[in-house]
Ligand binder design. Structure first.
Ligand SMILES: [Ca+2]
Length: 178
């Protein structure tokens, strides 16, 4: 079965081949604990009262952070495996939000971040458009509702920006769209 990759940052994972957490060598910084995600309003890019999700996590020495937001839906390919079980796929799209380019007036070392609701809605809309495309192409026949989660990792500013920082992610928490 082929699934076209029309959009960057997209991963399609076969659920039947359950992905085990790949053991990568851990980076130097430990994982934060993601404490809460609350819908509220904030001043973003000098615009007041923007609807946001406020994420708060525990401090990790490292002085800046990167939040990964993932939208995911389980889809039915309409195919059956050798044992007549439906072949399902996870269709996933992610976006990263760094505290070093935050627009909410906070410091890049603050262990929290306001992410505009509109940014999350755009991610979900992009995934929905891709699901609709896959259905139109006959690659999948249906998809469950999209679920959104967030997790965060610390970054070490002393590491060159070009170098990949494989620090540990926090737990994931759900983001519930209004
Ligand atoms: Ca915090």
């Amino acid at each position: 079965m082929k699934i076209k990759r029309a959009i960057l940052l997209l991963t399609v994972v076969l659920l039947v081949a359950v992905p085990v957490m790949a053991k990568k060598p851990a980076g130097s910084l430990g994982p934060p604990t993601l404490l809460s995600i609350v819908q509220t309003t904030a001043t973003i890019d000098e615009v007041d009262d923007v609807d946001v999700f406020l994420l708060d996590w525990t401090d990790v020495t490292g002085d800046k952070y990167s939040v990964d937001v993932t939208a995911m839906a389980v889809a039915d390919t309409g195919l059956l495996d050798d044992e007549e079980n439906p072949i399902l796929v996870e269709i996933e799209m992610s976006a990263s939000f760094g505290t070093s380019d935050r627009l909410d007036g906070g410091d890049m070392g603050d262990s929290n971040l306001n992410i505009p609701v509109a940014d999350i809605e755009a991610l979900v809309a992009a995934l929905q458009a891709y699901i609709d495309y896959l259905i139109g192409e006959g690659e999948i026949v249906s998809a469950d509702p999209i679920e959104v989660t967030a997790k965060v990792k610390a970054l070490d500013p002393s590491v060159k920006p070009t170098k990949r920082q494989n620090n540990l992610f926090s737990n994931s928490l759900p983001i519930v769209l209004p």
